[in-house]
Structure formats: structure tokens, C-alpha cells
Design a protein around this ligand. Sequence first.
Ligand SMILES: Cc1cc2nc3c(=O)[nH]c(=O)nc-3n(C[C@H](O)[C@H](O)[C@H](O)COP(=O)(O)OP(=O)(O)OC[C@H]3O[C@@H](n4cnc5c(N)ncnc54)[C@H](O)[C@@H]3O)c2cc1C
Length: 379
Amino acid sequence: MYELPEDVRMLQDLAMDFAMREILPWAEHYDESDEWPWEIFHKAREVGLVNVNIPEEYGGIGASVLEECVISESMAYACSGIQTALMLNQLAILPLLIAGNEEQKRLYLPWLVDDGKVAAYCMTEPDAGSDVAGIKSTALRKGDNYILNGSKTWITDGPVASFFAVFAKTDPDAGHNSISCFLVERDWPGVSASKPLKKMGQHAAQACQVFFENVEVPAENRLGEEGDGFKIGMKVFDKSRPGVSAAALGVARRALDEAVRYAGERTAFGQPISHFQGVGFMLSDMAIRVEAGRHLAYKSAWEVDNGIRNTMSAAMAKAFCAEAAMKNATDAVQVFGGNGYSKEFPVEKLMRDAKIYQIYEGTTQIQQMIILRELYRSS
Ligand SMILES: Cc1cc2nc3c(=O)[nH]c(=O)nc-3n(C[C@H](O)[C@H](O)[C@H](O)COP(=O)(O)OP(=O)(O)OC[C@H]3O[C@@H](n4cnc5c(N)ncnc54)[C@H](O)[C@@H]3O)c2cc1C
């Protein structure tokens, strides 16, 4: 695939135009205020750039993962914090799209499509992030309900979400086969959340802790069969990681563009700094990372869209693009010299925003573990 299909390119143009007009001018404001970008969210909804993976029969546009990638990359180019905040619904509803029944979809998808609400994805706990099987939240069956107890942390969009996809164990002493996934409404008794957590970057994408204390969850809110949760979680990653990789790519590309522009204008020793090989080769390497990362991310998206198992390519894309974003942002700061360290210039924010890609949706080390496992699986 050396050229995007026409309709995907049109979506890319729409997303890039939106990103430059409606996101970029506000990036600094949301970075400084730590507010959730409601106004931008509503504008993006109006033009059809959020909830894009919801199928047409439920009011969405039924975007492919590749289409999600071009939107994510474009928006993250302008501000990856705002992009994360806006696109999180798509992660949160993946369990519902993958394992939900008709009734569950008809009930909850309109919350997003018609009512403009937000959902969040609750897997990580204070004592279990990479080790998903180690989660301690429990959902014990009692008649027609499950009694949900536990606490989740780092829940992106948690502060503004109206419902959550929550992973918990139906047997606290068992391993990953006892994990199930439930849709839990924020207003239900026993559900509460902390204030937004203070963090390094992506300030517009607020995250918090979410607590469940003896929450009565109707059995009909369980997605799939009891014990399906781990499998659902892994399927989610295959679909979500290409988009996260593409978002990281947006940051890597922005860092490249900013560095190229600056190095062409800034002079030292009587010439533009881009003429010095020490700077110029940094720019070349940044460009290589963007190009290589795009091939990995888009190929992985194409695979999952075409029913091809993409666990390995999604892990490769996520690992590579995350490292590319961090390295490009760090090198862009270097190219800017002292100005790179200043909040008056854009690359300092890029460096703070980029770091999270090496951590969320599975750390780089976890992607490496998956790749290693897949290497032996296919041999
Ligand atoms: C800003 C932000 C937003 C997030 N949003 C969400 C969200 O919306 N929903 C959600 O559920 N979670 C979310 N997360 C959680 C995120 O997915 C976890 O932080 C991540 O999976 C890592 O888990 P951990 O923090 O517990 O680190 P740990 O698992 O404790 O890992 C610590 C370190 O050990 C390394 N490590 C662990 N195990 C291994 C191993 N086997 N081999 C090699 N190295 C290993 C890791 O790579 C890491 O470097 C978010 C996190 C952040 C910071």
C-alpha cells in the first residue's frame, strides 16, 4: 500500500484542516489550564471526527482502523493531549463493539452519538498495569447482579466520563480466565472518582482514579461470557494500538517539521544551523523515523481491517512509533538549543507529551515481550 485510498485521503484532509484550525490555536491554552476540551469535542462531533469507529447502523461513520489512524495522526500533530481526550471514546467502546450484544449496543452507543457523552476504559489498577492478570477488582455474582469492588487508576477521560468499561475478576483467586468486562454507569451508587491526577504532559487528556464500592451491576451489563474479559482486552489492543501509534507519529512529525523550520532559520557561525552535519543528520534521522513509523502503523491497521491477525505488527508499530515520538521530540528540543527548553517555543510541550506513548496502551517493554512471544509462536 503506497498510496492511501481516495476516501481515506479525503478524511485525512478534513482531519488535518480541523486540527490546524480548531486544535492548534488552543493547544497552549489547554496545556496550561489542564481543562478538558469540551468545546473542541463538540466541534469535532459536528464534523464527524469523534466516535468514528461506531458502525453506521448505530449512528456512527463505521470508520476503519486505517481511517482512525489518519484522524489520530492529524489531530495529534496539532495537540496530542486534545487528540487523546477526543479519541478516547473509541477505545472505551471497543469492548462493547467487540463483545456486546444488540441490546447493549442499542442502549449505550446513543449516549455517545446522540447525547455527546464520554466513556472511559478501566483496566489499570494501583497494583497492576502491565500485569493485567494481576488485577484485584472483583465482581461477585449475587442473583441477577454482580457486586463490583475495586479501584482503577490512570483512567483517561475518567473525570468527565458518563460510563466505564470495567475489567474485574469473578473469582478473586483465579488468573486471567476469571476476568470479565462490564459496562458501569457513573451515577450508580458506589461509583466515585478522584480529582484529575497531576501529570507531565497531555494535560487536556485528564486522567483520574475511579473507585467501585459494592456497586450493583446488572448481569445484563456483562460483555460476552463470564471469563471473556482478558480475551476482549487483548482484542481491544489489536484494534487500538495502530491508532495510538499513528498519534505518536503525529507528534514525531510535528517535532520534525518544527526542527526543520527552526534549523533553516537559525544561524550560528555565519550560516543556518541545518548546514552543520551534526544538526542536519539529526533531521534526516527524524524524517526516517516518521516514514518508517507510518509504514508500520498503517500496515498494522490495514491488517486488522482485512481480518489478518495483527498482534505482532500492532506491537511493533506501538513500540517503534512511541520511541520515534520521544526521540524526535527530544532531538527537536536539542535543535532549538536554549529556546527548546523554553515554554515560549512549541517543542518543550512536544517532549512532555511524547513520553506517555512509551507507557500507556502497554509500555515499550511489554510490546517487546509480545513481539518475542509472537516470534516463537509463528516458528
Ligand atoms: C497518562 C496515562 C493515561 C492512562 N490511561 C489509561 C486508561 O485510560 N485506562 C487504563 O486502563 N489504563 C491507563 N493508563 C495506564 C497504563 O496503561 C499503565 O500505566 C501501563 O500499562 C503501565 O502499567 P504500570 O504503570 O502499572 O507500570 P508497571 O506495570 O508497574 O511497569 C513498571 C515498569 O516495569 C516494566 N515492566 C513491567 N513488567 C515487565 C516485564 N514483564 N518485562 C519487562 N519490563 C516490565 C514496564 O515496562 C515499566 O517500565 C494510563 C497511564 C497514564 C500514565
